[in-house]
Design a protein around this ligand. Sequence first.
Ligand SMILES: Cc1cc2nc3c(=O)[nH]c(=O)nc-3n(C[C@H](O)[C@H](O)[C@H](O)COP(=O)(O)O)c2cc1C
Length: 370
Amino acid sequence: MRPLLSPTRIGGLALPNRLVVAPMTRVSATAEGQATERMARYYARFAEGGFGLVVTEGIYTDQAYAQGYAHQPGLSDRAQALAWRPVVQAIHAAGGRVFAQLMHAGALSQFNRFRGHTAGPSAVRPLGQQMALYRGEGLYPLPVAMSEAEIGEAIAGFRRAARLAVEVAGFDGVEVHGANGYLLDQFLTGHTNIRGDTWGGPIGQRVRLACEVVQGVRQELGNAVPIGVRISQGKVNDFTHRWPEAEGGAATVFSALAQSGADCLHVTEFEAWRPAFADADADASLVQLARRHAPSIALIANGGLHDPARAANALGDGADLVALGRGALANPDWPQRLRDGLAPRAFDPALLSPLGDLKAVEFETAGATG
Ligand SMILES: Cc1cc2nc3c(=O)[nH]c(=O)nc-3n(C[C@H](O)[C@H](O)[C@H](O)COP(=O)(O)O)c2cc1C
């Protein structure tokens, strides 16, 4: 089995180990969506603690319908891109590498300073309630079904944000957020995408928007810059959703994304080692299915892998890298602790209460080992 601390690559980017900080929204940018010096210090801690790669929080891509949250950072113009530069530099100075996660919230938007209403694939109200940790309350609004022109605008937003990320901010790569219920996942999901055109229909057509975004970003960035794409079954507003097409659907999704030119597939489940589907192919996890149906792509596994044995097993299941979310918040030095034989600290959910914003305690514990 490949050890967690052994080197690997995503596309042309060499990484010193297989440990990745999972993307985590912390709603701590300015009201104008600009990253701050405090965010630079927050992110640098993960590089100092030995993570080979950091994926940022979801960053909104355009000034139409992409923004999801108040104080979410953006990459929708040059000023926002310039504000990321010190964050990227701080991570690089600490020896790390960083991908910008490009996110369009679609119908799950809880706040958007550019628009007074939300938009998604179809006029279907999202399940569940808005998230209080990101200043939301009550039901999600009913979205407007996006026109062909608005879909084109969303793709153009991903492309422009990717270019700003790499050329202005200096990011090492980008991750297209196709997971967790946001716009690209709304198109992938049958009950939120009831379109009658070629953006809807069977799963092979519903995955088209994610593929076109990846292809568009590839055209924008060329072959030298690594591009990842994140995929999940569960959603922030629908934790237990499963692809009704089961393994056949997984085969379609993973092979289409690999063919679209992504260097890296980031698969997230609540508990990554669990069987992906109740009724198909007995025990295969989504990680194993991704490896089976996209055999040569770099694969990141995420979800409940903060125990070192579980993380190592994910590599045994076919992942090349392991991403930690809550485990990284509790242990910005998780890789260093692994090297030193120290058990990781438990995550305290109070850290994200009452809001998910950055907390003073995260800066106090920098460098602590106890
Ligand atoms: C506070 C918080 C914010 C998150 N924000 C994002 C996000 O912006 N983009 C994303 O793809 N996932 C986001 N996630 C999901 C995590 O990336 C990860 O999938 C999840 O925490 C499960 O991994 P874990 O068990 O290692 O924590 C967030 C999770 C947390 C806890």
